[in-house]
Design a protein around this ligand. Sequence first.
Ligand SMILES: Cc1ncc(COP(=O)(O)O)c(C=O)c1O
Length: 402
Amino acid sequence: MPTRTLTATPGALDRWRRDTPGCRDRIHLNNAGAALMPQPVLETLTRHLEREAAIGAYEAAEEAAGRVGETYELVGRLVGAAARNIALVENATVAFSQALSAFDFRGGDRIVTTRTDYPSNQLMYLSLARRAGVETVRADDLPTGGVDPESVRRLARHPRTRLVAVSWVPTNSGLVQNARAVGLVCAELGVPYLVDACQSVGQMAVDVAELQCDYLAATGRKFVRGPRGIGFLYVSDRMLERGAFPLFIDMRGADWTDPDAFRLADGARRFENWEFAHALVLGLGEAARYALAVGSAGGERAWALAAELREQLAALPGVRVLDRGRERCAIVTIDVRGHDAPDLKLRLRERGVNTSSSDRDDGVLDMDEKRATTVLRFSPHYYNTEDELSAAVEVLAGLIRP
Ligand SMILES: Cc1ncc(COP(=O)(O)O)c(C=O)c1O
């Protein structure tokens, strides 16, 4: 796990910032929303769009087939998977719902999850409850915050448990749940395991073998620094060999072989759909290449910057840092007494500082426990500087001064 160090190899920080045109004029602390794309990603995207305009989109796709193939390799390497286990889809939510739809849930089946899982995932569980009578049970938290793997064990032992699903890093705080320990429990009990790693990939080491997960959903635009509108799903060999496929499979995922028969595509491709945003796919591949070149130093620096920021923010009058857990990542959330976070976000933006805000419905259970209705979220990445953090804190201090 990343340790607290602000060092970057000589020249690395300058290079990262030179490659990031967006950081010239703004202090971008919204990487958990969407990071700034590095120049090679932007160039890859625009080059492909230009080819589409020049020779036709289908023709440009055929021309780029080799590089599209390489994208699967690069994305796979980000999470320790082979290309055949990666499906490229529109976003993390689609990845997650495709995985969820591969289970034939029946009334009385159970999904074990956590108290801080992403709101859209919670809504999908609730929809399954309403449509199919599936029960969602939430494991207890540890006193320090984050799911208690022993509570998962107790719940997942229930004979009707069909799936354990965990958001590794929630959207509305810097908590890092112990996804590896939960994976161990799932492996011991033989229960399928779905990890939402949307906020994890790009800011921490992700290895599907270590997690022992069957599915892992993620997106391109956050800490991976890819474009918007593209995400991916890892599918384990175990699930592929079992014949898992999404409920609404389409003609990319299968061949219609006879009037009443179809044959599944090999590999995780069966979780994709036919229309494919080639420019975004190539952009994601380039972002993965960039992230692999930056390596673990990137996440270490992002976490260290966040730790520094937490200290500076905690020292401001009226500020309550809300991040819990033994491990805390590059997401910093605060409540500011007497101030509404969406309003502060806008006023910070007017002054050149990008942050974001979360509302109660981004994490009903977590927010209620913290007695917070809105939170202001800062999410640094490795290309941010210590000076940017101090400047952002100073701007906030000016805005909330009584
Ligand atoms: C933890 C988590 N999971 C899933 C998502 C959804 O990602 P996407 O918008 O790419 O579908 C988000 C987005 O913020 C998130 O923070």
